[in-house]
Design a protein around this ligand. Structure first.
Ligand code: ZN
Length: 634
């Protein structure tokens, strides 16, 4: 056991060290602690309710639960799944293999879109960043096998090893298909070639993190010319008839403009084999136990897992993602107290009001910009707990008795994609929640200017009626402040109070703001951890949000009777408590827009004088930085 550290040197370790040393990560989990443990508690609770529903010991008036239970039963029916083996997915695989010409592909495009079969592009319908009342049809390049394009660069040894593992897994899966040996070998070879071509054109995770750059409206004629010989106009008119969109929002312009670098008539077969392999891997989890386990090899390796969760857990997770809103509403109605809701809603309003005061007293903004920021704060909508009702489209998610697990899921996915496509010409539904009630998380949606706090996050250590006000401020308070701050992070700041991309800043104010965001990039950039380095640019928006969350809650502490700064900072560190597998930590380092948990706990406090006062932190302590290095943005 490590010697007890001093809090002035390592807040995170001081608070969580003893727990971390003792904690054991279960074989089927990439990490434990904090959010993950709360998630597990919710999962246990809901899984036992699921059992009670299946056995008829409990009932609910939420109709959608009947279908959810039916799907659950299909998943845990391993006898049937094992008997059927690869069979349920063969029609899809054969359909992919039947593509011999680009014309064949054009005739199948809609079928591929509706069935989630990998195409040489991805598309969908989402809120229009320029006009939040409307939807946009968006297009981007295909997703690649490796976690990020950087894994393909400079013969990255980790990337090479992962590709080798993926290829090996696909080889083994292909042995279950009707393809002969030489056909199987060709599939693997083409899959790797096609993926490496795609990787040269699609965005990296750092580029994706700057998500306002996704808004590139292009005329359909221009997009169509890039995609030629793919007949994208034909698909759009199949779906929308005379209401087909004239404008496509291209998320990844380089991938679309260079489409012919990876897809053209000459390499059609290469694409077909890539799609065949990817579909096989994607669908494997819904087939026999043997195939499902095999198809999870790569995913487990990425996270350092020894094994998969038991089938009941897999079933619960699948069902709770498909029927997320009904299950979240059930969770909220059953387990969420009105007292807690009232208390936290009050806290949110107090934080918003305090935020306004901070903006008004802000030193780097002119009054004009402050007015706009305060207007944006005044119009934030708060979604607390769980939605009032379940959207009607869940009624279309039906499970037939005779269908296999795979077929059932295909039909539901078909309905989901159809529903999403049909939204295009309808106004945006503001009653949709970003997260279901049973999720341990919180969110800000820049296009809606709303914040969502699912019922499940309102638990200890984030929040408890029995915790001190200082502890709650360091927990859920800082999370609330974090979500509000997303309205003013490097991306969110570009949206106005109505959720539209619209510049409300004066040029000189935005230049000042940019200087501060650059300083935040540098504060984290290059920190060595888990054998890698933090990419400051990838994580900047979340760090700005953390910084704002701490700033606004410390402001409230100033006027709090009996404010205890030690409790505040210690609970701030407690919520980030986590123990993760090395592989998983490295994966997050490469992909996640959040900084590693221990850095979130340890870096932000140093920016605030309250930290130094609370624990008498001196220049000789590890968690000291000089005043001219301290950053407070909001
Ligand atoms: Zn965030």
């Amino acid at each position: 056991m490590a010697e007890k550290v001093r809090i002035q040197d390592d807040l995170y370790r001081f608070v969580n060290g003893e727990w971390i040393d003792k904690a054991v990560i279960p074989d089927d989990k990439p990490s434990v602690g904090g959010f993950v443990d709360l998630d597990q508690d919710v999962e246990k609770l809901l899984m036992s309710d699921f059992d009670a529903f299946r056995e008829g010991k409990k009932t609910t008036d939420i109709e959608e639960f009947k279908e959810a239970i039916k799907l659950y039963n299909k998943i845990v029916d391993v006898k049937r799944r094992n008997e059927e083996g690869i069979k349920p997915t063969l029609p899809i695989l054969e359909r992919i293999k039947s593509i011999k010409t680009v014309d064949d592909l054009n005739k199948n495009l809609l079928f591929f879109v509706l069935n989630g079969i990998p195409l040489p592009f991805e598309c969908g319908v989402t809120e229009d960043m320029a006009d939040a009342t409307k939807h946009a049809f968006v297009m981007l390049g295909p997703s690649i096998i490796l976690p990020d394009t950087t894994y393909y660069k400079d013969n990255n040894p980790q990337g090479q090893a992962l590709l080798g593992m993926y290829a090996d897994m696909v080889k083994k899966l292909l042995a279950y298909t009707p393809l002969n040996e030489s056909e199987q070998a060709k599939v693997v070879e083409d899959m790797l070639k096609f993926d490496s071509l795609v990787a040269q054109e699609v965005k990296s995770q750092v580029e994706w993190a700057d998500y306002t750059n996704n808004h590139n409206p292009m005329n359909i004629d221009e997009v169509s010319s890039y995609l030629n010989p793919i007949d994208i106009k034909a698909v759009l008119s199949d779906v929308y008839q005379d209401k087909a969109p004239n404008t496509i929002v291209v998320y990844d312009p380089k991938a679309i403009k260079n489409f012919n670098h990876y897809f053209n008539e000459d390499n059609l077969e290469m694409y077909v084999n890539w799609a065949y392999a990817k579909a096989l891997v994607n669908n494997s989890s819904q087939l026999s136990e043997e195939i499902a386990f095999l198809g999870g090899t790569y995913r487990r390796a990425l996270m350092g897992l020894q094994t998969d969760p038991v089938v009941e857990k897999q079933a619960y997770r699948m069902v709770s993602s498909v029927f997320s809103e009904p299950i979240g509403v059930y969770y909220g109605r059953t387990y969420f107290g009105e007292e807690a809701k009232k208390d936290v809603v009050n806290m949110v309003h107090k934080i918003i009001e305090t935020y306004k005061v901070r903006v008004r007293n802000n030193k780097f903004l002119q009054e004009k910009t402050k007015d706009k920021a305060i207007l944006k704060l005044s119009t934030i909508e708060v979604k607390m707990g769980y939605p009032d009702f379940i959207h009607d489209y869940y009624k279309n998610y039906k499970v037939n008795d005779e269908d296999s697990y795979f077929e059932s899921l295909c039909k539901i996915r078909n309905e989901m994609i159809k529903h999403s496509m049909e939204e295009l010409n309808k106004p945006v539904d503001r009653t949709e929640w970003a997260m279901p009630g049973h999720m341990v998380n919180a969110a800000y949606n820049p296009s809606a200017n709303d914040i969502t706090f699912p019922a499940a996050i309102l638990q200890k250590p984030f929040y408890s009626i029995n915790q001190s006000a200082s502890q709650n401020l360091g927990g859920i308070g800082a999370v609330i402040g974090h979500e509000i701050s997303h309205a003013f992070d490097n991306n969110g700041a570009k949206f106005d109070e109505n959720g539209n991309l619209n510049n409300w800043w004066t040029d000189s104010d935005f230049a000042e703001f940019k200087k501060l965001t650059q300083a935040m990039i540098e504060q984290f950039d290059g920190i060595e951890i888990y054998g890698g380095k933090v990419n400051g640019e990838l994580v900047v928006s979340e760090n700005i949000a953390d910084n704002g969350g701490v700033a606004v809650t410390l402001e409230i502490m100033k006027n709090l009777e009996g404010a205890n700064y030690q409790e505040y900072f210690m609970n701030w560190a407690r919520v980030w408590c986590r123990k993760a597998r090395e592989q998983y930590a490295q994966l997050l380092l490469a992909r996640d827009v959040h900084s590693p948990a221990e850095l979130r706990a340890n870096i932000q406090p140093r920016n605030f004088k309250e930290w130094y006062e609370a624990f008498d932190v001196k220049e000789t302590d590890q968690m000291f930085i000089p005043e001219n290095k301290r950053i407070i943005i909001w």
